[in-house]
Design a protein around this ligand. Structure first.
Ligand SMILES: Cc1cc2nc3c(=O)[nH]c(=O)nc-3n(C[C@H](O)[C@H](O)[C@H](O)COP(=O)(O)OP(=O)(O)OC[C@H]3O[C@@H](n4cnc5c(N)ncnc54)[C@H](O)[C@@H]3O)c2cc1C
Length: 397
């Protein structure tokens, strides 16, 4: 006997799970959104979140359609107008701008907690979405008739579809018996924000070194967000450095392009891995976001892929006829098929670039630097790559 009847039960109210709940708001489907913990309230001061994301124009359009984007203060968002990618040879550079492909911006840089709060507030206002939080799922069962989820307090929720949006170490994925060995990059992404002596000019900068990939993303004003993906030992060393020494190391690694740096948020490190699953659906089950795939952050596309999952899954569920079972494997396969190519392409490109650049092989060194310089000179190829990175702007129907 269940305590709550639902149509779609989503476990995980991170950016992707919340966006899926919101994409189903206003539909005839009853949605239950469950998370172990609510997002922390926004700070009252003007401090910055360490977790910063590059959001593609396609994701921005999706989040705008959901009514979440408009909830974020414009003065905390920073457009990327230009991108400069450098190899380890001085003359190996790939540069492109929004104007090259006639779009207003290449990406928007924003704080995780701002977007999470905007989504959370919007979900709370949705009539057909019930939030259960904090809640700890302890048991799940998928059968011919229903998906049911038992919580630690004994409540049972029954629905027609269970969605795992519970991140890289997904409990739902494990319970469903969908397994795959992640490839550990033995690298961590070190993140920190800095105030810069010189303005970044809305340029995102990236350097590919044999021992890591450094990205400087523009934040409002003179601020800059760093993601330095490097081998575990070096990442741990960077995080442990005194603030002044870290600033000097980071400035030096980026050829002092923005002058002197001052640390604004403490450095933190996140382990990096590649996770590819052969299937992301089964009967009464679908996976979205990091529960379905993990990619190297060098292209800043992880959560963008997740938003595309949410958009497409919501579209498939809403398009189902009144008599159709939304937990039916064949119906869920439409979502899986629609996402397969995109996920694989992003995993192949990011993994390939990581392997090509993060090694000491001199032949590969020549190849990667020549490749960058050549791509820079080949207009059509360059423009195709940029268009792909912008994300599909037809995400929203
Ligand atoms: C260094 C770094 C930089 C990155 N930069 C970018 C970038 O610039 N652009 C980009 O697109 N992506 C980027 N990413 C990737 C991005 O961080 C992830 O893809 C994204 O956070 C995944 O969101 P999610 O909602 O799927 O999962 P999560 O953010 O992990 O959310 C999962 C949610 O599920 C909840 N949960 C987990 N387990 C349970 C459970 N058992 N029961 C109930 N609730 C549960 C958690 O509390 C959480 O709220 C970066 C990643 C790293 C490491």
């Amino acid at each position: 006997m269940s305590d709550l009847q639902s149509d779609v039960i989503i476990v995980g109210a991170g950016l992707v799970g919340s966006s899926l709940a919101l994409a189903l708001a206003g539909s005839r489907l009853r949605v239950t959104l469950i998370d172990g913990r609510a997002p922390a309230p926004l700070p009252e001061d003007d401090s910055w979140d360490t977790r910063i994301y590059a959001i593609s124009p396609g994701s921005q359009q999706f989040l705008t359609e959901l009514g979440a984007w408009q909830r974020m203060p414009g003065d905390r968002l920073s457009p990327v107008s230009q991108m400069k990618v450098r190899g380890d040879a001085q003359d190996a550079c790939l540069a492109f701008s929004a104007a090259d492909v006639r779009v207003p911006q290449l990406a928007c840089i924003l704080e995780n907690r701002l977007l999470q709060d905007a989504l959370w507030q919007a979900v709370k206002a949705a009539d057909n979405v019930q939030i259960i939080c904090p809640a700890e799922p302890t048991h799940m069962a998928l059968d011919g008739h229903a998906a049911s989820l038992t919580l630690a307090d004994g409540r049972v929720i029954e629905g027609r579809l269970l969605v795992g949006a519970d991140g890289a170490n997904s409990w739902v994925r494990a319970q469903a018996g969908i397994t795959a060995a992640p490839r550990l990059y033995q690298q961590k992404g070190v993140v920190a924000n800095f105030a810069c002596e010189r303005h970044h000019g809305q340029v995102a900068r990236q350097w590919f070194f044999p021992d890591g990939i450094l990205a400087w993303l523009p934040l409002p004003g003179n601020l800059m967000s760093m993601v330095w993906s490097t081998w575990d030992a070096q990442a741990d060393e960077l995080v442990a450095l005194d603030a002044d020494i870290l600033c000097e190391r980071v400035a030096q690694a980026g050829n002092h392009e923005l002058g002197k740096l001052k640390l604004v948020t403490l450095a933190a490190a996140f382990p990096l891995r590649l996770l590819h699953l052969d299937r992301i659906v089964s009967h009464r089950l679908a996976l979205v976001g990091d529960a379905a795939h993990n990619v190297h952050p060098l292209a800043g596309q992880g959560v963008n892929l997740g938003f595309q999952d949410a958009c497409i899954l919501a579209r498939v569920l809403k398009a189902a006829g009144a008599g159709e079972d939304i937990g039916e494997h064949l119906l869920l396969r439409r979502y899986e098929r629609a996402r397969k190519e995109d996920i694989l392409a992003m995993q192949t490109v990011t993994d390939g670039l990581q392997r090509l650049f993060n090694n000491d092989n001199s032949l590969l060194g020549w190849l990667r630097n020549t490749g960058l310089a050549l791509t820079d000179r080949l207009g059509p190829i360059k423009h195709r790559l940029i268009r792909h990175a912008l994300g599909s702007v037809d995400m929203v129907s």
